[in-house]
Design a protein around this ligand. Structure first.
Ligand code: MF3
Ligand code: CO
Ligand code: CO
Length: 264
């Protein structure tokens, strides 16, 4: 979810069947952490407690590595982005309260490969605008995933996501994007959630990347806080994000991070 992918991966790596199987395992583990944590996402819990529970589960139960920890200096094992936080929220002492919406973003490394997924949670009944932007962000993710197949271009996907968000009077964050993923956390290509049809990389079987639209209820502009990580909406409007890791197959796509009990 960075503007510039790391220098060492300057091209799109196509995954072999053996690598794809490892990516399935990593993806499933990341999704299972989101499933495990859901019962803990309640009024009164601090986001740093959610971080500790996830960290211990990933390390002790899954015998995997929480990818965010020490990644470019990130201090925690998960990202927790609350209300007007767009992404990369750092878990801390702040406690969840009724009416909050929270994105939890989980990335695990297992056997050298990454799985990356996030979803929104609601605490009590959030304001209508917050519920709405959470739903629109989910719809944007689904629209993007359904388009993934050989021959389509990334610009087609970005365009469809942008069109849906804007038709719903929401906006698409431009500064952060989806990304190729594999041995590296962030590989090429960049997967923009806006764009023009018929442009960008053409998909071929064996590509694996994330789709992770960040959708704001207000204007699209964002601001980076002085901690160097937390991204918020400039107008303080509520923001939402959902993320899956997706494989391009011969006939279409496979979601590698299926959420248990979810259609995706
Ligand atoms: N998981 C985020 C993504 O979807 C990246 C988080 S980087 C961190 O790309 F350092 F903030 F953890
Ligand atoms: Co990602
Ligand atoms: Co993520």
């Amino acid at each position: 979810m960075f503007q510039k992918p790391p220098k060492k991966s300057m091209s799109i790596t196509l995954k072999t069947p053996e690598e794809i199987e490892k990516m399935r395992v990593a993806g499933r583990l990341a999704a299972e952490v989101l499933h495990m944590i859901q019962t803990h996402v309640r009024e009164g819990i601090a986001t740093e407690e959610l971080d500790r529970i996830c960290h211990d589960y990933i390390v002790d139960v899954q015998q995997a590595i929480p990818a965010p920890l020490n990644y470019r200096g990130f201090p925690k094992s998960i990202c927790t982005s609350l209300n007007h936080v767009v992404c990369h929220g750092i878990p801390g002492p702040k406690k969840l309260k009724k009416g909050d919406v929270l994105n939890i973003d989980i990335t695990v490394i297992k056997d050298g490969y990454h799985g990356d997924t996030s979803r929104m949670f609601q605490v009590g009944t959030p304001p209508v605008a917050a519920q709405r932007v959470s739903r629109v962000a989910y719809e944007c993710l689904c629209i993007g995933i359904e388009m993934v197949r050989p021959g389509i271009r990334l610009g087609d996907i970005g365009h469809a996501i942008q069109r849906h968000a804007e038709a719903q009077h929401c906006s698409v964050v431009r500064e952060y994007c989806g990304h190729g993923i594999g041995r590296e956390f962030h590989e090429e290509p960049q997967v923009l959630h806006y764009g023009d049809p018929g442009t960008g990389v053409e998909l071929v079987p064996g590509m694996i990347f994330t789709i992770e639209p960040m959708i704001n209820a207000g204007k699209r502009h964002v601001k980076l806080l002085p901690d160097g990580w937390t991204v918020i909406t400039k107008d303080h409007s509520v923001s939402a994000q959902w993320e899956h890791t997706v494989l391009v197959t011969e006939t279409g796509h496979e979601v590698l991070t299926p959420h248990p009990g979810d259609p995706l």
